[in-house]
Design a protein around this ligand. Structure first.
Ligand SMILES: [Zn+2]
Length: 151
């Protein structure tokens, strides 16, 4: 379902961006707890906590493309660009309806592309059930389709 580019979408993006940043803090807790236990005695569970949390943090620090940092699917630049599109009067056609489709922001009326960016997995209702949640876990909210592979 294409999502209309409106205030609701922008606020949703801002919330997801904040949650994504907060998840660093939540990952630091098991990392610290695991480390503290490991300093006194060798517990396999503590080691699991330590490497699990460490891996979660590392996977987010390593940039996937264009050396963007931090490696968030909800970057401030993207939110800013979307807000610009929302504010500006669309010039593509008379009854423009700008919405974010899976691969790009396009006008629903004339299909003109306004922003060539795939939509990240927002906190939205999913219709692909368990597989979709599994995919979300693997991709960390990043869109599965990447338009900027050639960059
Ligand atoms: Zn249009």
């Amino acid at each position: 379902m294409p999502q209309p580019v409106d205030k609701h979408l922008i606020s949703q993006m801002l919330i997801m961006s904040t949650l994504w940043k907060l998840s660093f803090l939540f990952a630091l807790i098991p990392l610290a707890v695991g480390y503290l236990i490991l300093t006194s005695f060798a517990s396999p569970i503590a080691f699991g906590l330590f490497i699990g949390a460490g891996w979660a943090i590392l996977s987010r620090l390593i940039p996937t493309r264009g050396f963007s940092f931090p490696n968030t699917p909800y970057s401030t630049d993207l939110i800013h660009e979307l807000n610009e599109i929302r504010i500006q009067e669309p010039t593509c056609c008379d009854s423009a309806e700008i919405a974010w489709e899976t691969i790009a922001v396009r006008c629903q009326n004339c299909k003109a592309s306004h922003l060539d960016r795939a939509r990240p997995d927002l906190g939205r209702l999913r219709n692909d059930g368990f597989i979709g949640r599994l995919r979300l876990l693997f991709l960390d909210g990043h869109p599965i389709i990447n338009n900027n592979l050639d960059d």
